[in-house]
Write a protein that binds this ligand. Structure first.
Ligand code: CP
Ligand code: NVA
Length: 318
């Protein structure tokens, strides 16, 4: 067992963190355990600085509160330094290629975190870089958020395998990463989205294949009641993600029967957890009574971004 842990730790050194699909179940569990341990250390006031003298570049092509602050603070706590690089400040914003940017940054930095639009941009960056690249959100995945989310479920429920998570809403980056992460961890994932806003078919197919090997499952439906029935975890996200703001009005119509509210959560287990990656729009995808109610763990999720990302950085950048 000890040797296996060491093998996993060795295998993660220098590895990119682009999507949970690239990680084996035992690697994800290793990162979750490390996140829990780093949280314990931080709360106990134990100084742990494996990244002393190292620097993370943080490229933001979209806005952020949690991702920016938690990566910067996390890097500081691990003994390193983080640089905030907005697209307006970089030559990337004026047409320098991703490849050249990756090559140059690899000469200065020890890791890159990037938040961008098309997923292929993080893949290109990782191809050009000789240092680990971490996906801080793309249009199709948000793996850092999901690692923090499953850490939160583990803390609250004591296990992940066999639990049911229902995601109600847009088949977006959050839906994709929750699906794949849940399947890797042996969970039963149910997604309810309106026609036209379903998760990507290729990702659904891959998720089902993974689930068939781990004892998990994936259900994709248009019926929110079917998805939420007996769920241990209820998750939702905004109806119009970053980059889709101009579709807000059309989406409000398409999603009107998909609000997570008191009537809908009656179909979940009594002790369900309500989760949301934030930022949230109260009165749209979720009612105030649910998001601010006793089952909500939204701020624990937000806090765990710090611990989960410290685990990713400590594992890959050491
Ligand atoms: N959940 C999340 O990624 O939040 P930010 O957009 O504020 O980083
Ligand atoms: N789906 C949302 C998540 C924000 C953290 C977006 O991409 O805007």
């Amino acid at each position: 067992m000890e040797l296996m842990q060491q093998d996993i730790a060795l295998g993660l050194k220098g590895k990119d963190f682009l999507a949970l699909a690239d990680y084996a179940p035992e690697e994800i569990r290793y990162l979750l355990d490390l996140a829990v341990e780093l949280k314990r250390k931080q709360k106990a006031g134990e100084v742990y600085q494996p990244l002393k003298g190292k620097t993370l570049g943080m490229i933001f092509e979209k806005s952020s509160t949690r991702t920016r602050v938690s990566f910067e603070v996390g890097m500081y706590q691990l003994g390193g330094h983080a640089l905030f690089l907005s697209k307006n400040d970089l030559q990337l914003g004026r047409g320098e290629t991703i490849w050249d940017t990756a090559q140059v940054m690899s000469r200065y930095l020890d890791g890159i975190m990037i938040r961008t639009f098309e997923h292929r941009r993080v893949i290109e960056l990782a191809r050009g870089a000789t240092i680990p690249v971490i996906n801080g959100l793309t249009d199709s995945a948000h793996p850092c958020q999901v690692l923090a989310d499953y850490q939160t479920v583990l803390e609250q429920k004591g296990r992940l395998e066999g639990l049911k998570i229902a995601y109600i809403g847009d088949g977006n980056n959050m839906a994709h990463s929750l699906m794949m992460g849940g399947a890797k961890l042996g969970m039963h994932v149910a997604v309810a989205s309106p026609e036209g806003y379903m998760p990507d078919e290729g990702i659904s197919k891959n998720t089902k294949e993974v689930a068939s090997q781990t004892g998990g499952s994936l259900l994709v439906t248009t019926d929110p009641i079917e998805a939420i029935r007996d769920a241990d975890v209820v998750y939702t996200d905004v109806w119009a993600s970053m980059g889709f703001e101009e579709e807000q009005k059309i989406r409000e119509k398409a999603f009107k029967n998909y609000q997570v509210n008191g009537d809908l959560v009656k179909h979940a287990k009594k002790d369900y957890l309500f989760m949301h990656c934030l930022p949230a729009h109260r009165g749209e995808e979720v009612s105030e009574e649910v998001i601010d109610g006793p089952n909500s763990v939204i701020f624990d999720e937000a806090e765990n971004r710090l611990h989960a990302q410290k685990a990713i950085m400590a594992a890959t950048m050491c």
